[in-house]
Design a protein around this ligand. Structure first.
Ligand code: UD1
Length: 335
């Protein structure tokens, strides 16, 4: 298939592009480069031997999206990543987030060829602070803890509204838990332009001497060791889930299909467990201190993974130790 990957030069997008090319798909990338670098294209080429086409397009700009699809009328599937993802920035600049994430998705839905497979990059943040663990897809949306989380809920709902009225519609919203790690080749990985907010890039930068100390956000939560619990999934497993999802939609005989599917390992790991395992895997100490709870953090979130297995025949393969090793390998090799 010829697959459009929006945000294809970003952290998750670039890994998925590599997987798609290795799975013999043709890839077209659009990205506005707001949190990515065009040099990733060369890295994708080094890893796969293929350089995908790239257009610098901002999905907020309706005319750019319209013109793109006029020229690329032969797109057969879309994986939509392009979005802003900083939780804290979304709190201080909500309009920027609604404009970028929601309007961008609306423009894509308006101008994309109708009836082709669409994978939407969603997040477990849609569940809010769920009391039920592991989290199944049947659990209703919770109260979004940030405008960022709210944009994911709104986009899923807009996609559902389109599904309801269109005669042909095939979509999957993949709700990621906590993606970490990097391609084992050390050529692509997470490279935030600003100070990292997510734990792994922050932690590896501390160990590499780029930052002074990691703050553990709270040690008085109602968990065994007092720190929050998350479901950390290797980016290689996550990207493989996208290939499975797009191939599944391509092959399904139904004219209409829409499901939300959790992508996680099904295992909950505390912040302290994560630090200890990193130290054991890499053989280096992590400097950390205990700080205040971070506003908006949920106590526990880990996935029920049965639906991913049933529909996509997908489950995670890599260990957490593999993921931590790859994150460190990327940290010391990134340029
Ligand atoms: C966050 C977002 C989620 C988004 C995901 C990926 C929230 C509530 N959720 O997940 O919607 O999809 O990022 O971008 O913000 N931690 C520290 N010190 C740090 C950083 C993090 O102790 O410096 C802790 C956090 O308290 C949390 C865990 O590490 O318990 C993971 O944090 P993080 O990597 O930021 O991901 P989430 O908050 O789970």
């Amino acid at each position: 298939m010829k697959i459009l990957v929006t945000g294809g030069l970003g952290y998750i997008g670039s890994h998925v592009v590599v997987d798609l090319i290795q799975d013999k798909h043709e890839v077209a990338i659009i990205d506005n480069l707001s949190n990515s670098n065009v040099s990733v294209l060369d890295r994708i080429e080094s890893l796969t031997g293929v350089k995908p086409t790239f257009d610098k397009i901002d999905l907020k700009h309706k005319n750019e999206v319209k013109d793109f699809f006029k020229q690329h009328y032969d797109i057969e599937g879309i994986i939509h990543f392009a979005a802003l993802k900083s939780v804290s920035e979304s709190v201080s600049k909500p309009i920027k987030y609604y404009q970028n994430n929601v309007i961008g998705t609306i423009n894509l839905l308006e101008f994309m060829p109708k009836g082709i497979p669409l994978i939407f990059s969603s997040s477990c943040t849609v569940y809010g602070n769920s009391k039920i663990q592991p989290i199944t897809e049947e659990i209703s949306f919770g109260i979004a803890s940030s405008p960022y989380g709210h944009t994911k809920q709104i986009c899923e709902q807009i996609i559902e509204a389109e599904y309801n009225i269109q005669p042909y519609f095939k979509g999957i919203s993949l709700r990621y838990f906590n993606p970490i790690g990097a391609h084992p080749g050390g050529l692509i990985g997470e490279n935030p332009k600003n100070i990292p907010e997510n734990i792994l890039p922050y932690l590896t930068q501390v160990v590499n001497g780029e930052r002074e100390i990691l703050t553990v956000f709270g040690d008085d939560y109602p968990t065994a060791d007092g720190s929050c619990i998350r479901d950390y999934i290797h980016i290689m497993d996550l990207s493989n889930a996208h290939c499975r999802a797009i191939n599944f939609l391509h092959e399904t005989k139904s004219n209409k299909f829409l499901e939300a599917i959790n992508i996680g390992t099904g295992h909950g790991v505390s912040v302290f467990n994560l630090i200890t395992l990193f130290e054991e895997t890499i053989g280096k100490k992590v400097r950390f201190k205990i700080g205040e709870r971070r506003p908006g953090d949920v106590v526990i979130a880990y996935a029920d993974t049965k639906k991913a297995k049933k529909i996509l025949n997908w489950k995670s393969k890599y260990t957490l130790s593999d993921a931590l090793y790859s994150a460190w390998n990327w940290e010391i090799n990134k340029k």
